[in-house]
Structures are given as structure tokens and as C-alpha cells.
Design a protein around this ligand. Structure first.
Ligand code: ZN
Length: 466
């Protein structure tokens, strides 16, 4: 009897432990997260596969069974895709909510191009394979699993923590734009933590962690078409006026122009970190610029390198060229496409006006698409401290450095809407393992599971900070 009673009690305790508190490195936590990850990777949520609403609904059911109330789970259909917003309520002693971002959609992938089915979740040779296994379903699954776990154990943050999963980050970004414009009440926050940016680098040969980049800014992406028109005519009767010459003249002026040198707190912090690591001439210039921003010699060295020029200036470069219609006719039009990576805080119109000035009145300049520009997010000590805690939990001693990235994510829309956004992705990876957007995308198994420890530490730390 006694023995039986003891057994019953210990059984009960075991049950309670598994249901309420599974540490992020426990077998239960790993199994639960893997299940979410496998489901997410197994659904074709590309613009072709259209399964993002199915993933949103499946995740919503998960959150519901973990104890989130219907009022705190919102699946918001938008065209052929959807967003998912889930709120973990705080006790009200903190400030405005903190947002946690991921995207459910992926870049298109075709079975015929891949070694394995891109939408089958496959574990092989120490990797998880599948489209989105890196971008961004690892972060998505890690965040979802951590929120489920926190809810199950009854964790109450000081302020609301809000998961926002968008549905078309890889294409038009409409889900995020519309969430911000039409559902601001659901996703308003003091700042956002974005799993789709930031992350750690591993040494290519040793596999040792080198540094963690905390992304605080994204350069604005904008492409412009530069068009020259001309009546054309027979090439046996050439005139001085020629559409191709006009475009070439415009490009020549753009080629010799350099946009003003610029910096912000992130620029200086990342150049300082680079200078500490890299003892080459470039590294020395980075260190000098960090201690003496705008220094002429340092600026020249950084500008001459394709790796650093974008860190201190807006850059614009021609990427496409077309013109004419026959080898024996004067061209009636010529078009060059110029792609710009604009320094945070600079308006797209300002760059367009500068290009127009350089190109002259014969050239008609238009933006190729609708773009959004954003400023850098201020370095928050609480965010930096939480990221350091999380990095320390998986790779002790790794330096955390603020960084600006050249690519764009949903974060640009949040920053433009006045919500500072920090790229705090959990992935530490070698460059040679990064197949995001490419073929045979994969994620080291150990990296995915380390991510659970990272998210748990990050969320608990920031939730209790203020
Ligand atoms: Zn992404």
C-alpha cells in the first residue's frame, strides 16, 4: 500500500514535471519543438504552395491546447496567406508589450531542383533538411515552442509578450504592412525582437563561435530605372543625340559620385568590433573610424573595400542595362537599372533627387517598386543585456556586436512604423552551412536544439527586465 502510494505520488510528480516545467534542454522540450518544426517545414508555405493559412491554423490550435485563450490567439487571413498573433499576458507591472517576430512563408522550392523533397522534413547526417529549415522556420518553431512552454508552466511576464508570425515576408510584405496599418492594437509594442535577422558566426574550420551580430538597422533597398527616349531612325544617318549615349553618360556621372560618409551608434560599434578582430589594413581603418568617425584616411580605406563601403555610405550601382531594338537602327530608348542600398535614416526621395542631378534632365528616373525606408533602432541596454544572457547560455564568452545588414526583412516596416526592432536570431552557423533561399536548405540538428535554450533565456531575461 505504502509502496503503491509512493509510486502514485512520484508518478504524479513526474506527470506534473512533464506537463508544467520542461527545461529547454530536456527531452520533452526537444520533442515538442521538433514536432512544431517538422510540421512547419513539411508544409509548402511558398507563394506557390499557399499553405501558410494551414500552418497558421495548426499553430493556433497548438497555442489553444497549451492554455492560451481564444481572445489571445488571432489568425488574420489576408488574400491567399495569413498572419498569426498570439499574446502571453503580463501582470501589468511592465511597460508596453514586446513583440517577437518570425515569418511563416518561405521562398519557392521545386522537387526537381533539390536532392530531397524540399517540403518533407528530413533528419540526416546531423542536419534537418527542408525549405525554411533555416529561414525562418527554425526561429518560428523555437519561438512557438518556447511560448507554449512558458504558458504551460504558468510563467507571467511583467508586460505582454506578443508573437507575430507574418505570411509573405519573402514576397510582398503585405501581411506586415496591413497588421501595422489595420491591427495596430493587436501588435503595438515598445519594441520588437526579430528571429529573422541577427545571429552568430562559427569558424569555418574549427566550428568555434566567433561573434554574435545583434541587428539594429537595415539599409533601405531601392532600385531605380534610368530611361532615355529618342525618336530613333536609320543608323546610316546618326545624330549626336542617342538614347544609349545618354544613359551611358548618366551612368558615368553616377560612377564617379560617392554618397556622403555617414555613421550611427551601430556603425561605430560594429567597426570597433571589426578592428579588435581584424589586424589587416582594413581592420585598422575600421578601428580608427570607430575612434575618430569620419577620419579621412580611414574613410578612404573603408570606401575602397566592397566589404565595408556599405557600412558608412549609401551605395548605388548599375545592375541591368537594355536599349535599342535593331543593330541597324538608332535606339528609341535605353534603360539602366540602378540598385541602391540606402543608409538608415536617409529618404528614398533624397537619393532619387541626387541620381537625377547626376543623370541630367534627359534621363527619366523612376523607382522600380514601392519601398520603405527606416532609421536605425537605438541600442537599448535591456535588449543588449538579454541577448548577451541568451548567447552566454549557449556559447559562453562570445562577443555580441550591434550590426547593420544590407538585406531587408519585416523589421523595416516595424522600424518605419516607429517600433524599434532588433534582429536576435538564434542560429549560430558556418557560412558554408547557409543555404537559405538556395538549394537543399538545411539546419544543423544541434543548432536547432541550442536555439531552444537561447529563446528560453532571451525571453525570460527581457520579460523580467522592465
Ligand atoms: Zn527570412
Amino acid at each position: 500500500m505504502i509502496r503503491a502510494a509512493v509510486l502514485a505520488i512520484s508518478g504524479c510528480v513526474a506527470l506534473a514535471a512533464s506537463a508544467w516545467a520542461a527545461p529547454p534542454d530536456s527531452a520533452e522540450a526537444k520533442t515538442a519543438a521538433r514536432e512544431i518544426y517538422a510540421k512547419a517545414v513539411g508544409l509548402d508555405t511558398s507563394i506557390e504552395g499557399k499553405k501558410t493559412p494551414e500552418l497558421a491554423a495548426w499553430l493556433a490550435a497548438r497555442f489553444k491546447s497549451a492554455g492560451f485563450s481564444d481572445a489571445d490567439i488571432h489568425v488574420i487571413p489576408m488574400g491567399e496567406t495569413a498572419s498569426l498573433v498570439v499574446r502571453l499576458r503580463g501582470n501589468g507591472s511592465g511597460g508596453k508589450p514586446i513583440l517577437f517576430l518570425a515569418h511563416m512563408d518561405v521562398v519557392t522550392a521545386h522537387r526537381s531542383d533539390w536532392t530531397r523533397d524540399p517540403f518533407a522534413f528530413i533528419e540526416e547526417n546531423g542536419y534537418f533538411y527542408g525549405r525554411g529549415s533555416y529561414d525562418n522556420k527554425s526561429g518560428l518553431a523555437g519561438l512557438a515552442a518556447t511560448f507554449v512552454q512558458l504558458k504551460r508552466e504558468g510563467f507571467t511576464p511583467k508586460r505582454d509578450l506578443v508573437l507575430v508570425f507574418s505570411g509573405d515576408e519573402e514576397t510582398s510584405g503585405v501581411t506586415t504592412k496591413r497588421l501595422l496599418a489595420e491591427h495596430r492594437d493587436l501588435i503595438d509594442g515598445a519594441f520588437a525582437m526579430n528571429s529573422d535577422a541577427g545571429g552568430g558566426a562559427l569558424d569555418e574550420t574549427t566550428g568555434k563561435p566567433m561573434a554574435y551580430a545583434l541587428q539594429t538597422a537595415e539599409k533601405t533597398f531601392a532600385s531605380f530605372t534610368l530611361t532615355a527616349h529618342n525618336p530613333g531612325g536609320h543608323s546610316s544617318q546618326p545624330r549626336k543625340e542617342n538614347a544609349i549615349y545618354d544613359v551611358v553618360d548618366a551612368l558615368t556621372h553616377i560612377r564617379s559620385y560617392v554618397f556622403p560618409v555617414q555613421w550611427n551608434a551601430t556603425t561605430l560599434a560594429s567597426l570597433k568590433a571589426m578592428g579588435a578582430e581584424d589586424k589587416s589594413a582594413l581592420g585598422k581603418a575600421a578601428a580608427r573610424f570607430a575612434s575618430k568617425p569620419g577620419d579621412a584616411a580611414a574613410t578612404k580605406t573603408l570606401t575602397d573595400s566592397p566589404f565595408t563601403v556599405g557600412q558608412i555610405r549609401t551605395t548605388c550601382v548599375p545592375t541591368l542595362l537594355q536599349g535599342g531594338h535593331a543593330d541597324n537602327a538608332l535606339p528609341q530608348s535605353a534603360v539602366a537599372t540602378v540598385n541602391c542600398r540606402i543608409f538608415p535614416g536617409v529618404e528614398i526621395e533624397t537619393v532619387q533627387a541626387q541620381l537625377q542631378k547626376l543623370a541630367g534632365p534627359k534621363i527619366d528616373i523612376k523607382t522600380l517598386d514601392e519601398y520603405v525606408s527606416s532609421d536605425a533602432s537605438p541600442l537599448r541596454p535591456d535588449v543588449l543585456a538579454a541577448v548577451k544572457t541568451a548567447v552566454e547560455a549557449i556559447h559562453p564568452g562570445t562577443p555580441v556586436t550591434p550590426s547593420m545588414s544590407a538585406g531587408a526583412t519585416d523589421g523595416v516596416f516595424y522600424r518605419a512604423a516607429g517600433i524599434p526592432t532588433y534582429g536576435v536570431g538564434e542560429v549560430f552557423i558556418k557560412d558554408s552551412d547557409d543555404f537559405s533561399h538556395g538549394l537543399n536548405e538545411r539546419m544543423p540538428v544541434a543548432t536547432f536544439y541550442a536555439g531552444l535554450i537561447y529563446w528560453d533565456a532571451l525571453i525570460r531575461s527581457i520579460a523580467n527586465a522592465s
